[in-house]
Design a protein around this ligand. Structure first.
Ligand code: FAD
Length: 525
């Protein structure tokens, strides 16, 4: 029998509707049974199922996926119990789990769409304990902020050796990446300054690991982008903390002289304690701006120094000291500076406490917050560039692609590979020295000018396209890719071992879905 056209269109409309309704009912049954199964778990912390918008936000402010639930753990066993539960649901559940440190990721890396986010900051666990001996270290919960660790260790005159520029980040968050700053040339990144970790794997097992014990998991988790386990505790190397620092900035107009001086300083025996650099393009009023916090050595000449319309390179240095060294520190700094070739009238020096220096970005944060800039999207791009390619990169990118640095700083500084461990998951370039180049702009979503999100994203793409076309061997730091091929290319010959570790420690791909490296096989329906 022939159906008339209205019954065909009715069928066409109704069938999908029924399918959708069935799916929605199944989904809501699925979610309600999931909710009750999570509520039934014996944990000391709690789950929240509403008011979880914070877990769909991060510093990048471009990607927002709401989780199904947030776990606020009190004990490590809360995390283990939850992951065991998800593990036992098998691949059919599609449910994933992401640890959230301080949510300062850039592209949703700490989010779990419809999954479970673990709010690591609520895991306070045991108190921080400092151990002094042959190796001086502090045991901390992985949800601890580095700023709190600093304050706690300073009570005993100690401090971690290696830092990030900003300390309001968690231990678990930075150890999952690397943790790089101006001390890395000497001490290596934060992942080179950890003695031991406690980790909950993707099967819900709690494992203590170090160089000596479960070494493969230890190395895998460091720089492992959260793929192999959730770090719950870390043993961080400490050193005696200085009280004060001399904080110095000098300017160059020529990249090769600037880079030569940086490379000289990171290789010298007697050198500064912190070495970074900034690119300044077409920034007006720079000298006046810095004058508010730095002293100028040669005020008369510096007053005539104009940064507008110029491309400049700023070498940023510190020298640590204690009050009893106050008489000799200036001579020491002068002697180190005399080896450098900066523009002599551009020597800016100030003296601040060690804490003030380390927490400097937080001071900037407060200013940016008061102007409403801190919460804007941050289309950041961080690159690792082999030393042999840095001048061609600088020529094209600083000399041509980038027309100004008014939306945020651009950092550029070299580090020594010898201070990195090539057994971790961090992908290292082949060469002994490599540069970190960090483009750190904020963006105004609606703007069509140079501060607009789309403009900056297209600028980032131009930079990446150039690196690829010129075959510079550049790697992304805090990497963000969307396809398996791109991830494979990022890891190169380390991809095989990364896959093997995933298979060993998180075979169902439950962990850190926001990195978009692996996908749990079956969807919720
Ligand atoms: P989140 O963003 O919460 O998490 C990051 C990733 O790690 C996610 O995939 C998450 O699932 C995973 N993760 C979090 N906690 C754990 C855990 N306990 N176990 C396993 N996986 C976990 N980086 C540098 O190296 N040097 C810098 O100088 C530097 N400066 C920065 C300055 C600012 C203002 C900002 C916003 C970021 C900076 N970063 C820097 C980047 C920063 O190190 C990373 O974004 C880091 O991931 C942020 O830590 P978080 O605690 O907010 O982690």
């Amino acid at each position: 029998m022939k159906k008339n056209s209205s019954s065909i269109s009715l069928t066409r409309n109704i069938v999908p509707l029924i399918v959708c309704c069935c799916m929605a009912i199944k989904l809501s049954l699925c979610f309600s049974s999931l909710e009750s199964s999570l509520r039934a778990l014996h944990i000391q912390g709690s789950f929240s199922f509403d008011g979880n918008e914070f877990a769909a936000k991060d510093f990048g402010n471009q990607i927002h996926f709401l989780p199904f639930a947030v776990l606020h753990p009190k004990k490590v066993s809360d995390i283990a119990t939850t992951i065991q539960h998800v593990w036992q649901m098998g691949s059919g559940s599609g449910l994933t789990v992401a640890a959230r440190g301080h949510g300062h990721s850039l592209q949703g890396q700490a989010q779990a769409p419809h999954g479970i986010v673990i709010n690591m900051e609520s895991l306070t666990g045991k108190e921080m304990t400092v151990h002094e001996g042959k190796f001086t270290y502090v045991d901390v919960s992985a949800g601890e902020l580095w700023i709190n660790i600093l304050h706690e260790c300073l009570k005993q005159g100690l401090a971690p050796k290696s830092w990030t520029d900003y300390l309001h980040l968690t231990v678990g968050g930075t150890l999952s990446n690397a943790g790089i700053s101006g001390q890395a040339f000497r001490h290596g990144p934060q992942i080179s300054n950890v003695h031991q970790l406690e980790v909950v794997t993707g099967k819900g097992e709690v494992v203590v690991c170090s160089e000596e014990q479960n070494a493969d998991l230890f190395h895998g988790v460091l720089g492992g982008l959260g793929q192999f386990g959730i770090i719950t505790r870390a043993r961080i190397a400490l050193e005696p903390a200085p009280k004060m620092v001399k904080w110095i900035r000098v300017l160059y107009s020529d990249f090769s002289t600037f880079a030569r001086d940086q490379e000289h300083l990171i290789s010298a025996e007697n050198t500064f304690d912190y070495i970074e650099g900034l690119v300044i393009i077409n920034k007006s009023g720079l000298v006046n701006y810095w004058r508010s916090s730095f002293n100028l050595h040669d005020t008369t000449q510096a007053n005539q120094f104009i940064s507008d319309g110029k491309t400049l390179f700023c070498l940023e240095l510190t020298k640590n000291f204690n009050p009893h060294e106050a008489d000799t520190i200036d001579m020491e700094v002068d002697s180190l500076l005399s080896q450098l070739n900066y523009i002599t009238s551009t020597l800016f020096i100030t003296e601040v406490s060690y804490v003030e220096f380390l927490d400097r970005v937080h001071t900037a944060e407060l200013k940016l917050r008061s102007k409403g800039i801190w919460d804007l999207p941050h289309p950041w791009l961080n690159l690792i560039i082999p030393k042999s390619q840095i001048s061609i990169f600088a020529d094209v990118v600083f000399g041509n692609i980038l027309t100004d640095t008014n939306n945020g700083p651009v950092l550029v500084y070299p580090v020594n590979k010898s201070m990195w461990d090539n057994r971790t998951s961090f992908v290292l370039p082949e060469e002994d020295i490599f540069y970190l180049v960090a483009f750190l702009p904020h963006a105004v979503p609606s703007s069509t000018e140079h501060d607009g999100l789309q403009y900056i994203l297209s600028l980032n793409k131009r930079i990446l396209d150039f690196c690829e076309a010129a075959n510079l061997g550049v790697k992304q730091y805090l990497p963000h890719y969307t396809t398996r091929e791109e991830w494979q290319a990022h890891f190169g010959r380390r991809w095989e071992i990364f896959m093997q570790r995933k298979l060993a420690y998180d075979p169902l791909a439950i962990l850190a879905p926001g990195q978009r490296i692996f996908q749990k096989a079956v969807s919720i329906l």
